[in-house]
Design a binder for this molecule. Structure first.
Ligand SMILES: NC(=O)c1ccc[n+]([C@@H]2O[C@H](COP(=O)([O-])OP(=O)(O)OC[C@H]3O[C@@H](n4cnc5c(N)ncnc54)[C@H](O)[C@@H]3O)[C@@H](O)[C@H]2O)c1
Ligand SMILES: O[C@H]1[C@H](O)[C@@H](O)[C@H](O)[C@@H](O)[C@H]1O
Length: 347
């Protein structure tokens, strides 16, 4: 259904493409925790998963083919949660139908595919794609950005970032450590500092014995920005003990730290402390809720806000440089294409 024909009081009909861990969580979120939307279609190449996800949103239709779902009368918008390499095909199809999209990160793993999305959207002449960089919707990240933007602490000189996962799914590679994991901090750096990243290095300590065969884990990603800030990102995706995402901004006149564990510290049995979150679904639940609600609200108003295709492309270009830095051990400069005027306003 087009934006013009949909009355304001009718909920947005959303097709969720890819119903694995993240997609199923978004189906539940849209069905139970989002105002102004309903899930009308779920799509997965695995028919059993599509059927299982359909059970989370009564009344929706399961599909194994995204094109069929996008052509359905009751689909007004698309949420893409298939694996990164499948995003380009889904996004180009959605743009061909002029459908608004919330696409899970990464926009695409490689920069050339991301640029094709940017070009297709620029040809439409209006923003249609919001990328799921959910750090931008996290309360503490928003507070950090507000403090940096207010300027009282002076210019940000460095960011120290920590990105730890308890474990990785089977098949997780060195490349994915950058394109799937570090990509969050790459976007957060561009957003928090309001600058492009100009060069990357990747340091590889001797791997933890818990690292799966073929994965160097942890790794330290070093980013340089256009105004001379330096950012270090520890990515440790088989740390074993939980899910931690932290950031400390060091500025000319002060520092700000976010992502410390919060909540009641219990003293009992001769110990004190609190729980460490075990996964992203717990740590970022409120951020995902806000991200999806803001997408639905903007889409129903006929607009598109938040991280753009350009942001997705810029992050992919930094990841591509980081992959080369990982392979060569050297410093690699980031090359960006010319930014279409459509993306001149900040997301
Ligand atoms: N924002 C976050 O914090 C966050 C967290 C986890 C995952 N993600 C992103 O969400 C996406 C999905 O990740 P996941 O962990 O849920 O993966 P997953 O492997 O659990 O699920 C992916 C699902 O997509 C299906 N699929 C594969 N190709 C498809 C296609 N062409 N069309 C339709 N369905 C297809 C698979 O059968 C599977 O059910 C990825 O882009 C990932 O980076 C984001
Ligand atoms: O796809 C996931 C997701 O993006 C998580 O937020 C991140 O912590 C993981 O490292 C990544 O593999």
């Amino acid at each position: 259904m087009t934006q013009q024909t949909r009355a304001h009081d009718i909920p947005l009909g959303v097709a969720v493409i890819g119903t694995g861990r993240m997609g199923a969580d978004h189906v539940r979120r849209l069905a139970e925790a989002t105002r102004g939307a309903r899930v009308t279609a779920v799509v997965d190449v695995d028919a059993g998963r599509a059927r299982a996800a359909a059970a989370l949103a009564p009344g929706c239709t399961p599909y194994t083919d995204a094109a069929a779902a996008m052509a359905a009368e009751d689909v007004d918008a698309v949420l893409v949660a298939s694996p990164g390499p499948a995003h380009e095909a889904a996004l180009l199809q959605a743009l061909a139908h002029d459908l608004p999209v919330l696409c899970e990160k990464p926009l695409t793993p490689d920069a050339a595919a991301a640029l094709r999305i940017v070009e297709a959207e620029a040809r439409l002449g209006r923003r249609r794609v919001q990328v799921g960089f959910m750090r931008r919707y996290d309360e503490e990240y928003r507070q950090l950005k507000a403090l940096l933007d207010a300027g009282g602490l002076g210019r940000p000189l460095m960011l120290h970032c920590v990105h730890r996962n308890a474990s990785t799914p089977p098949g997780f590679t060195d490349r994915m450590l950058l394109e799937d994991s570090a990509v969050h901090e790459i976007d957060a750096t561009r957003w928090l500092l309001g600058q492009e990243i100009t060069a990357v290095r990747v340091l590889r300590p001797a791997p933890s014995p818990a690292a799966p065969e073929g994965l160097g884990d942890p790794q330290l990603v070093l980013l340089e920005t256009a105004a001379g800030a330096v950012v270090d990102v520890e990515v440790f995706v088989n740390c074993g003990f939980g899910y931690q995402v932290r950031c400390e901004a060091v500025c000319e006149r002060g520092s700000v730290r976010i992502g410390e564990e919060r909540g009641p510290a219990v003293a009992a049995d001769g110990r004190w402390g609190g729980p460490v979150p075990q996964d992203f679904l717990t740590r970022f639940r409120a951020a995902y809720d806000r991200e999806v609600q803001e997408w639905v609200d903007a889409t129903r108003r006929g607009t598109c806000t938040g991280p753009s295709s350009w942001d997705g492309y810029a992050a992919a270009a930094v990841c591509e440089a980081a992959v080369r830095a990982q392979e060569t051990g050297g410093r690699v400069e980031v090359a960006l294409a010319e930014r279409p005027a459509l993306y001149d306003e900040a997301g």
